[in-house]
Design a protein around this ligand. Sequence first.
Ligand SMILES: [Zn+2]
Length: 301
Amino acid sequence: MHVGVDVGGTKVLAVELAGEGGAVVVASSAQAPMPGRSASEADVEAAVAGAVLEVAAGRPLSGVGLSAAGLVDRSGARVRFAAHLPWRDAPVRDRLAERIGAPVVLDNDANCAAHAELVAGALRGVSSAVLVTVGTGIGGAVVLDGRVLRGANGMAGEFGHIQVVPDGLACECGLRGCWEQYCSGRALERVTRVALGSHLDGPEVADLARNGHPVAQQAFATVGTWLGVGIAGLVSALDPEMVVVGGGVSVVGDLLLEPARRGLLDALQATSHRKVPPLVATRFGPEAGAVGAALLSAAHS
Ligand SMILES: [Zn+2]
């Protein structure tokens, strides 16, 4: 069996798939919280291995796909940098393979998500697209001619750290004014905290918004508008057929996507003279990274 595991800023998610082609579904899954901001590389890898072995449940593993929220080198051996994780130039693929006792395939989380959507989701049959995942931060992938664009060093698609506000909010990456400071789970929490004067985490804000709470809905509208503004820049650069949005913050659907569509129209040039690409949700949502990683592992065996 193959297990896909996604490592994000706040949690680890491991999945086992069933079905083939467009019928792929998640058959079982396991989650573990990220072991805190002071966690070491070994702490994170122990959490990853724990989630994988929980899904495997004693069955032999043919391979593991690892979807990591960070810069993965072109060879797929190392995580060079991860703004929300301790990995720095870390040989994660081989260390995890040794820890688990099975071969590991490593890729960036948004690249994995794009692979899942291309094989079995919203991007089936689409040749050019942009994928944006909105979670703890922003992940991104570019699809050209039906393939995920790698870039010279394997690091294409890191949209979250495009500067949108000069001298803006400090980012975990060390820069200021990065897009993900205005459009992410952290941004959602900050906007809500400023408005309510108390801290709620992203899922709590989402629950309030679904129940019609005006402050929570406005927080999603603010973050969604920033999402659309950033996507407008990507559409100008890449002219995609479609834009797909995934990640944990996207689980509220149109509460995020409608303000994003308006933000895209307001910030894109010549909308009366071009086809504005549809902005739609990923099929696999917050599980897309893990699903894509499992598919990549199976394809490599
Ligand atoms: Zn940044």
